[in-house]
Structure formats: C-alpha cells, structure tokens
Design a protein around this ligand. Structure first.
Ligand SMILES: [Mn+2]
Length: 338
C-alpha cells in the first residue's frame, strides 16, 4: 500500500495539522474511486441500528465538524449517520468532504453518509464548492470532478432500528412506500423532479395537511396527514431530516413525528444560530413517547460555533460577501499540500 492510499496517514493530515493539509489530487481521485466501489453495493436506503448519532447540514464548516467529534465522540467510538449537505457555503468544503470520505473508508460499518441537495454538480457550481476547488488546486477543477462523481453514488436514506426513516429533505408525493425509493436508479445527478429530487429538497410544513409545491423551486412542502400516512404505511414512527436552518439547532414537528437536525452553527459565519447533533440511544416507543422537544431514547446535543472560526471571521461575522469567496481564499496561503 502506498502512502497516498494509507487512510490513517491521510486522516492525520486533516486532523493533526492546523490548518489541515489538503490531500493531493491523485489521492482524492483514489479515495473517491475506492468509496464508489464500496457504495455500489449499498442500497438506496441503508439499514442501520442504534446507538447512532445523526448529523445535519455541515456546509463546509470544517472546524465545526471537528467540534461535533469533540462533543459527540470521535469515530469509531461513536457511530455517525450524516444527513447530507457537506459542501458549499463554508470555506472548507474540501477538507470536510475529504475527512468524511476517509472516515467512511476507514470505518465502513460505523460511518454512514447520505446525499443532500448540495451533493450535486449544478448546486456546487453556484454555491462555493467549485470556486473553492479552483482556488485551492491552482485553477484545476479535477478535485471537484472526482468528488461530484462520487456524490452520484451516495445512498438516499436510512432506516434505523426498523422504526425511523432518515433522509436529507423529506417526503415525496411520488412515494407512498419505501420500496419505491429502493427501486430508483440513484447513480446519477439529482434530477429536477421525481422521488430522488423530493427526498433531498422537501420540507415539513405545520400549516398544511397534504403536499404543496415548495417555494424553493424543487421538492414539496408536506403536512401532518401526509406524514401520518407515510408512517402508517411503512410501519415507521418517525422521520428525521436536516436541510433547514434552525435557530436553536433543531426543530420538533408533530410531537416528534418529524425532527430537523441542523449541524452548522453560525451558518455562513453570519446567522448566529445554534446547531445540534441527535444521539439515538435506543428505539423504544411507548404510547406517550413523544414529549415536547425530547423523545424517549433520543437526545439533542446543542452546540455553538467553534472559536477556531474566529481566524476566518471578524467578530464571528463573514469577512466577505456571501457570493464571492475568491477574495477569502486569495488572502490565505495554500502551500499546505502533503
Ligand atoms: Mn439541504
């Protein structure tokens, strides 16, 4: 095994250096290839058992991902299911996704990754990841190519303890039963509509009962009746998803029937929000299991932005406009390759 393929060595480059060392292009090509091979055998909906900790959107906030491992425990001692949106918006999409790829390869039965709406070529072209790659790899987009090709292999959801359905966004009017997701050909760019699009784009809405087109321009809003019907038909008790910024780090809908986990504190270095990860210790639902803001066997661990972000911000605020990060990268030296 060559050094570039030595997963532990690569992990130390990202975990033991400040700033983290970027992996060379060829190493990223190689780890993306290896993970694709592994994910080819992974079904669209993974089967997972508790105890497991669920993580919502990270959006390139690498320092805050490291904070999550401090709060929630480091892999492989804690099992993690990441609910997507690893890249875009924050300054460290490459470090974030590379760390997750390495952890998945190193601990395949303890780390699980599903696809978010940002794990897409079109979205990452517009929201930061593509620019970050050009800036950090001397104008070459190859790393973006390798990683977005890998995104096509990510599964779309997970069922935990046969009772909880987890996905990035939410429900789809084209999907009454989970088997309809299981038969989707997921190895492709996220399409504009249909089950795969809805799973990564949809949001719950307390004001409606049925489905309604989403103001996001993709996916749907779904209401209480739809949620109850989905749980009943699929013999699950709960939907856990990410995808929406929550000021307190999480939101509880319909007495815990749907939970949002959001894991990017001070989102975009300017929102001032808290973040959370959700520890699922066991799944043991009695009749009155759903209480306000807590569910039996489930604990939200709330946290705030890591002080490490301060080097990149002024008083915790973004140092540049949200749309153009080029000036930020130009102000940083990128001589920290392996
Ligand atoms: Mn999202």
């Amino acid at each position: 095994m060559t050094i570039s393929n030595d997963l532990d060595y690569c992990l130390t480059q990202l975990l033991d250096f400040k700033p983290a060392k970027l992996l060379p292009e060829e190493t990223i090509q190689s780890i993306c290839h290896d993970l694709k091979v592994q994910l080819l055998e992974t079904p669209n909906i993974m089967t997972i058992s508790s105890p497991i900790t669920l993580v919502g959107d990270i959006h390139g906030q690498f320092h805050d991902l490291l904070e999550i491992f401090k709060i929630g425990g480091s892999p492989p001692h804690t099992n993690y299911l990441f609910l997507g949106d690893y890249v875009d918006r924050g300054y460290y999409s490459i470090e974030t996704i590379c760390l997750l790829i390495l952890l998945k390869l190193r601990y395949p039965n303890r780390i699980f990754l599903i696809r978010g709406n940002h794990e897409s070529r079109t979205i990452t072209t517009n929201y930061g990841f593509y620019s970050e790659v050009l800036n950090k790899y001397n104008g070459s987009s190859r790393v973006w190519q390798y990683i977005t090709d890998l995104f096509d292999y990510l599964p779309l959801g997970a069922v935990i303890d046969n009772k909880i359905f987890a996905t990035h966004g939410g429900l789809s009017p084209s999907c009454q039963i989970l088997d309809q997701i299981r038969t989707v050909d997921r190895f492709r760019e996220i399409p504009h509509d249909g089950i795969m699009a809805d799973l990564v784009w949809s949001d719950p809405d307390l004001e409606i009962r049925d489905f309604k087109l989403s103001p996001r321009g993709a996916g749907y809003l779904f209401g209480a009746e739809v949620m109850n019907k989905f749980c009943h038909e699929n013999d699950v008790v709960q939907l856990i998803r990410a995808h929406q910024l929550c000021n307190e780090g999480y939101v509880n809908y319909w007495e815990g029937k749907c939970l949002t986990v959001w894991s990017a504190p001070n989102y975009c270095y300017r929102c001032g929000n808290k973040a959370s990860v959700l520890e699922i210790l066991h799944t043991n639902y009695g009749k009155n299991s759903f209480q306000k803001d807590s569910v039996d066997g489930q604990i939200f661990n709330v946290f705030e932005a890591s002080p490490e972000n301060d080097d990149d911000t002024i008083n915790g605020k973004s140092v540049n406009g949200n749309d153009n990060v080029d000036s930020f990268y130009k102000s940083k030296s990128v001589d920290y390759f392996l």
